[in-house]
Design a protein around this ligand. Structure first.
Ligand code: HEC
Ligand code: HEC
Ligand code: HEC
Ligand code: HEC
Ligand code: HEC
Length: 316
């Protein structure tokens, strides 16, 4: 168990490492201050696959391990922060899902009451809830059910954060004494004594690049409508409908193979209707092929040059 209190946030050892990392950044002549508000110069190459993107949370290719190891368990595997081959979370119909799944209620875009919205907006569906399990800031990023190795499964983790279970993971090569906190993306974390990833990834603090825009929260009124249904009455007018409709998914079939390939924008079926969810526009693993071998840092299915993502659905 952790005995660390909230104040002061930066213990001497942590402060040393952060100063060290900051100094490296400046001395290395990166030319952009570490706290630049624009696209952050990532240590990941964004080529090939997910291991080389920010969705590799295993700390394996990250130069700032020393600072970041205080924030989440280093499981030493990429997929495990989201998937497990066994003992997956059957409370959510997402592919072999290994993450704690909370049933939060979200404020939805329609509550903003714009005069132009015609389609029905619902609570986010599964293909958004997966993303929100990190990006709404309420679940620790390392809160999983089945940790690597055998006998490291805790069914209580299906619905809630299990601090003691997560603490039992101490395998940090060469640093066996490190017992990381289990931080969520937001400002506060499930274990109340811990501040979240935003305690460093905050432009006001400037220690690491800001997560402010990625830390979406449970208020979705300021995001593109999520859980919004296809406005069927407007198809052919100012809305473009999908070209292929299957049982669970409808999509824009670029190569006419009747399969939803990762570079194809899509709608997901919940109940009787097809809806826009986070994974309509994003593939969390990255799509290398359509970007000339370069994965778009924002994991878009289609590069948004000339607003190509938007113009897939909107005839404007
Ligand atoms: C940051 C979370 C995350 C990580 C890490 C991750 N995935 Fe996924 N994966 C997802 C989500 C979310 C979906 C569902 C996407 C959707 O809604 O369509 C998914 C779907 C899948 C699917 C089924 C649909 C598809 O795209 O083919 C496979 C297979 C898969 N992931 C394999 C992997 C493997 C293998 C790894 C590790 C190399 C991995 N994933 C790492 C989040 C992740
Ligand atoms: C296991 C936790 C986790 C899951 C699940 C997850 N993400 Fe992320 N995501 C992160 C973290 C951590 C970052 C790094 C934030 C950053 O660099 O700003 C990130 C970064 C991103 C970024 C790039 C942000 C930037 O700063 O450029 C996008 C876009 C994104 N995620 C979308 C998604 C979508 C869409 C899904 C679901 C299909 C998803 N994520 C699922 C943890 C997660
Ligand atoms: C003690 C401060 C601290 C905390 C807390 C912290 N980080 Fe970081 N993180 C850093 C530093 C320093 C960097 C390197 C500078 C940068 O990329 O902004 C970094 C970089 C990153 C990167 C970008 C890597 C890259 O090269 O693109 C990701 C992703 C990330 N952290 C995820 C997280 C997540 C997820 C959490 C919470 C579970 C977290 N961090 C908590 C200090 C911290
Ligand atoms: C209608 C398409 C669409 C949907 C739906 C969508 N996004 Fe995005 N998202 C985008 C585009 C376009 C960008 C901007 C990418 C860029 O600037 O290169 C983006 C950027 C982001 C970023 C990076 C921060 C930023 O604004 O630059 C994150 C994180 C993100 N999305 C997460 C999500 C999550 C989580 C969901 C579901 C709650 C979601 N997105 C739903 C299209 C979408
Ligand atoms: C997968 C399809 C899809 C994509 C891609 C998409 N949208 Fe939408 N968008 C919708 C749907 C569905 C609605 C609801 C339309 C309605 O109410 O008639 C909507 C509504 C909107 C609205 C109107 C909101 C209101 O209050 O009336 C705006 C503005 C918008 N989208 C902008 C964008 C932008 C900008 C992008 C690109 C970043 C984008 N959309 C990408 C499906 C999409």
């Amino acid at each position: 168990m952790h005995t660390q209190s909230t104040e002061p946030r930066l213990d001497p050892q942590r402060f040393f490492w952060l100063s060290f990392i900051m100094a490296l950044g400046w001395a290395g002549g990166i030319g952009v201050p570490l706290m630049a508000a624009e696209e952050f110069p990532s240590n990941f190459t964004n080529t090939g696959g997910i291991s080389n993107t920010r969705h590799n949370l295993s700390l394996s290719t990250n130069v700032s391990q020393a600072a970041m190891i205080t924030a989440r368990n280093q499981y030493g595997e990429v997929c495990v922060y989201c998937h497990t081959p066994h003992g997956a979370n059957a409370n959510i119909a997402a592919p072999l899902w290994n993450r704690t799944f909370k049933s939060n209620t979200y404020q939805t875009y329609d509550q903003l009451r714009t005069s132009s919205l015609t389609a029905k907006v619902n609570q986010p569906g599964i293909n958004s809830l997966t993303c929100l399990s990190c990006h709404d800031g309420t679940v620790a990023v390392d809160s999983i059910i089945n940790m690597p190795g055998s006998g490291r499964y805790n069914a209580n983790g299906l619905t809630s954060h299990q601090e003691a279970f997560l603490d039992s993971w101490i395998t940090v090569p060469g640093q066996t004494s490190v017992s990381p906190n289990h931080l969520a993306m937001g400002l506060s974390s499930p274990a109340k004594s811990n501040a979240g990833c935003m305690s460093c990834h905050n432009s006001d603090i400037g220690v690491a690049h800001s997560f402010a825009i990625a830390n979406i929260g449970t208020d979705l009124r300021d995001e593109h409508p999520i859980g919004v249904e296809i406005p069927t009455a407007r198809i052919g007018q100012d809305f473009i409908g999908p070209t292929v409709t299957l049982d669970k998914v409808a999509f824009f079939d670029l190569n006419a193979n009747n399969k939803p390939d990762s570079n194809e924008i899509r709608f997901f079926k919940t109940g009787d209707t097809y809806r826009v969810e986070c994974a309509s526009c994003h593939d969390p693993h990255g799509v290398a092929a359509t970007h000339g071998g370069q994965i778009h840092p924002t994991f878009l299915r289609v590069k948004n040059d000339g607003s190509a993502v938007c113009l897939t659905c909107h005839a404007k």
